[in-house]
Structures are given as structure tokens and as C-alpha cells.
Design a protein around this ligand. Structure first.
Ligand code: AHG
Ligand code: MN
Ligand code: MN
Length: 340
């Protein structure tokens, strides 16, 4: 009997993959690798909490509002604590900014070279109903010298300065997808082994697609360009798919091709999503996978942040679809053609 058939290889673990990647850079010190491992550890813990949330009393509202004025769920708070604790213990991060905290969080690790921006739990409205939710993170190298606390300037860098970004999707299986600027790789969690394994090497997103993801319940408040673009999607028989968890909608479209839009509306002129915690990370990933991200006009990663909790419209996904949506948005600002 061929013993290879009896014991199939289990594949490449995330830890080994990170280690191998580090070996590609002779001067790498391993700090970024350690940071990614810390995030993966917190993701495993949060995954455990989410999986049993229906059985213990950690689903539902926490009874507080966050800086965005949104009702915090217990799991928002738990995930925030878990990620902050893992990053503080890891020692590589001087400062964290989180969707759930108004101010910068100083970890006390003044020698840490990195700053992390995080949406610890994305898709809060789906927690109680067993629908996919996620975590989104961006990693920046600090600008200020080590030896003291990170500064606001360290935190308010444009997305083009990200050194790594990723997300975790807690779905029908749990996955961690990340980039360090050299392609995108996806890892699936094997709960019985407690490890993430490389399952989606070098993800590339289709150039085109036929899925559009937008909350059409708000269409009364859409601009002319948006309204016209949605009509175009329908005329072209696109499928509407909208989970209401950005990570899950993004992940599906990344693999299948499509566009996700959270536009500016009359009620929310900057849209709802947060530039530092949500848009930039996914923009980095989609570009690394061959796709595109903008606010309808400007490349997401080139938008200058002014405040930690800035919002931005988001048009993200397959390049051809984002280009087409931008055409519609450009027309709405173009002056009316005059006839002689
Ligand atoms: P969060 O749970 O981190 O606050 O993010 C929720 C976001 C995003 O995940 C989702 O795509 C969007 O809110 C849904 O908003 P609408 O309900 O307005 O469509
Ligand atoms: Mn979110
Ligand atoms: Mn969130």
C-alpha cells in the first residue's frame, strides 16, 4: 500500500508561509511576521467566541454607542479587546486605531515600529442571525522615531503607505486573507488543528463580472449618477447580492467578480464606511488581486485622511465594473452639453 495515500499532506500553515516569505527578504527582522501571527492568534480566539455566541450570552447589544454613534454589540467589544490585547502582548505595534475607540490606543511598546488600524468586527448587524461577519486590518510603518508613543501623523497615513492589510471572514468556514504588497493569499482555518492553512494561493480577481452589491433600500437618497448606474446593472442582467457585511460581500466579489458600492447619499455625503478601518485595507487587497477601488472619482488609497474616523464612499471590485461606475459618476458632474 502506498503510504502517501494513507497520510495525505495537510498543506502549508500560515505560520510556515509567513516564515518562508520573510526568508525572501534578507534584511527582514521578523517583526512584521510576528505582528501577522499575533493578528492570526486573535482571529482564532474571536472565531471561537463567535462560534459559541448563540450558546452563551455574548450576542446582542452591549448597551453603549461607539464614536460613530452606532450601537455597539457585545461581540464588537469582545473582538476589540482581543485584538488590542494580542497586539499589545506581541510588542511590535506602538499605536492602534480602532473603529470602536475615539482616540489612538497607545500599547506602551514604544520600540514597536508599526501602527495598526482595525475594524475588529465588521457586519455587526449580522451577529445575532448567524450570517458571515469579519475583521479588517491595515498595517503601517510608523513615521516618528521609535522610543516614544506613536503620533497622529503615524496613524493618518494614506492607504498607499500600507505595508500589509488583510481581513478575516467568519463564514461557513473561517478564512484569513492578506497581502504584504506582493499578491494576495488566503488561508482557511482548520478548527480541529487550530491552524490556518494556505487554501487560496495568489488570488486574482476577475477583470469583469456580473454581480453588483449595494444597499438599494437607500436608493431614494442616491445621486443621479448612482441611480443611472444601478439601472445600467439591471439592463445588463447583473445579479444583486448584498449580505450587509462588507467583508463577506467583498470576499464573494473578489473570488467571483463584481462590484461593491457604498455610495455617498443625500443623508450621508461621505457614505458610511470608514477610510482608515475598512476602505484602505480592502483597496490594497483588491489592487493586489488585479482589481480597483475608488470613491467614485479618486483612488481610495490616495485619499488624504483628516481624522481617524473619516468616512469615504467606496466603489470596489473588478476593474471593468469600477471603471464603468466611475463613468456614470463623472457624467453627473459634467456640465450639460449645449447645442448651438
Ligand atoms: P460595522 O459593523 O463595522 O459598523 O460595519 C457595517 C458596515 C459594513 O459591514 C456593511 O457593508 C455596511 O455597514 C452595511 O450598511 P447598510 O446597513 O447601510 O447597508
Ligand atoms: Mn465595518
Ligand atoms: Mn465594526
Amino acid at each position: 500500500m502506498d503510504h502517501n495515500k494513507l497520510a495525505l499532506p495537510v498543506g502549508t500553515t500560515l505560520d510556515r508561509f509567513i516564515m518562508r516569505k520573510q526568508e525572501d527578504f534578507p534584511y527582514a527582522t521578523g517583526e512584521l511576521s510576528q505582528l501577522l501571527r499575533d493578528i492570526a492568534l486573535a482571529a482564532k480566539i474571536v472565531n471561537r467566541e463567535i462560534n459559541r455566541s448563540g450558546l452563551i450570552d455574548i450576542a446582542g447589544a452591549y448597551g453603549n454607542r461607539n464614536v460613530q454613534g452606532e450601537e455597539q454589540q457585545k461581540l464588537d467589544v469582545i473582538a476589540n479587546i482581543r485584538f488590542i490585547r494580542a497586539l499589545r502582548n506581541g510588542g511590535e505595534v506602538c499605536t492602534i486605531i480602532s473603529e470602536e475607540d475615539e482616540e489612538m490606543i497607545q500599547t506602551g511598546n514604544c520600540q514597536g515600529k508599526y501602527v495598526v488600524a482595525i475594524d475588529p468586527l465588521d457586519g455587526s448587524s449580522n451577529i445575532d442571525v448567524n450570517v458571515s461577519i469579519g475583521t479588517i486590518f491595515s498595517i503601517y510603518r510608523r513615521i516618528s522615531a521609535t522610543g516614544c508613543e506613536g503620533t497622529l501623523e503615524d496613524c493618518l497615513q494614506t492607504g498607499t503607505h500600507q505595508v500589509a492589510a488583510g481581513y478575516v471572514i467568519y463564514g461557513s468556514s473561517t478564512m484569513l486573507v492578506y497581502t504584504t504588497g506582493n499578491g494576495v493569499n488566503g488561508f482557511t482555518y482548520e478548527p480541529s488543528l487550530g491552524e490556518f492553512f494556505l487554501s487560496h494561493p495568489q488570488i486574482t480577481t476577475p477583470k469583469s463580472g456580473a454581480i453588483y452589491s449595494v444597499n438599494e433600500g437607500s436608493s431614494e437618497h442616491f445621486s443621479e449618477g448612482m441611480t443611472a448606474y444601478i439601472a445600467y446593472c439591471k439592463q445588463n442582467n447583473y445579479s444583486a447580492r448584498y449580505i450587509g457585511s462588507l467583508v463577506a460581500d467583498f470576499h464573494r466579489n473578489l473570488l467571483k467578480g463584481g462590484i461593491y458600492i457604498y455610495p455617498a447619499t443625500k443623508k450621508a455625503p461621505q457614505g458610511k464606511l470608514r477610510l482608515m478601518y475598512e476602505c484602505n485595507a480592502l483597496a490594497f487587497i483588491v489592487e493586489q488581486a488585479g482589481g480597483k477601488s475608488s470613491n467614485g472619482r479618486t483612488r481610495t488609497m490616495e485619499q488624504e485622511p483628516v481624522g481617524l474616523h473619516d468616512r469615504s464612499p467606496l466603489f470596489i471590485g473588478s476593474t471593468e465594473l469600477v471603471n464603468k461606475a466611475e463613468e456614470f459618476m463623472a457624467k453627473e458632474h459634467a456640465p450639460e452639453a449645449t447645442t448651438a
